[in-house]
Design a protein. Sequence first.
Length: 331
Amino acid sequence: MWDVVEGAVERAGFSGVVRVDRSGVTEFCAAYGYADRAHGILNTVETQFATASGTKSLTALAVMSLVERGTFELNTTARSLLGNDLPLIADDVTIEHLLAHRSGIGDYLDEDEVGDITDYVMPVSVHELATTEQFLPVLEGHETVSPPGERFAYNNGGYVVLALLAERASGINFHQLVRTLVCEPAGMVDTEFLRSDELPGRAALGYLSVDGLRTNVFHLPVLGNGDGGIYSTAADLSAFWDALFAGRIVSPEHVAEMVRPRSDWPEESRRYGLGFHLRATGDGVWLEGYDAGVSFASLHKPSASITYTVIANWSDGAWPIIKVLDEQLGI
């Protein structure tokens, strides 16, 4: 099996880390390619990689942790915390609607309208997006698409709104909330929001293509937020799944609610819960991220006690490896 994975890695020009755990034992873990091509710095199994929208699951867990603490409820309306901000968000949109991508709000980054993944899509200079409140001008001006609860529509802006609501309700910076409510109880010691213009030595640069030196530094917010951008390692992501299903982040009852299918997503052959992607059938649950210079998935299948993580530092690097793992592991 691992020969098949290695073959896929070679054919795809994969750059990143692949890790597979079964029943708590690491069966495969290997790093490939360069974290910094210009300086010849190799990726290692300890390299920190951007995860793009994989962050949404951590945002959802931070929000659910605040629900457990009584800071707000799933049926709390966004309007009750937004005040006069973002007036185009309907008054009856709730936190649960936002978590489930069923809010119907307009999206600042509608993926159905994005062309090439390497297009420059941010509507403001990316250096202006370092705090949650700085996203307000980006989130404004998008008309409601559908009544809340009516239908599923994947929505990046909704998860930035969730970060804003969490910050305002708790009085705590969103990045700190994710660290203290999710990463620390999960033992994710190398998972953090990093500025793209001051990456530490262990973090991989994100490249736009399989070769070349052009990075994604002008494509994404300088500091990630509720909808994407946290950096992590393959080891931390394995620790995440163990902690999640052991109830160390939020209670098992709330975990069950978050991985309960809320919506069918037939266009992508999957379902969706509250912050988690779900297989169309079976119990596979996963995090996924795709952006300029980033491709990532981390999947856990409880019934088979299998976890895999594929995390790459170029835009399309992860998908061929994920396909092979799904086939070889019978997922």
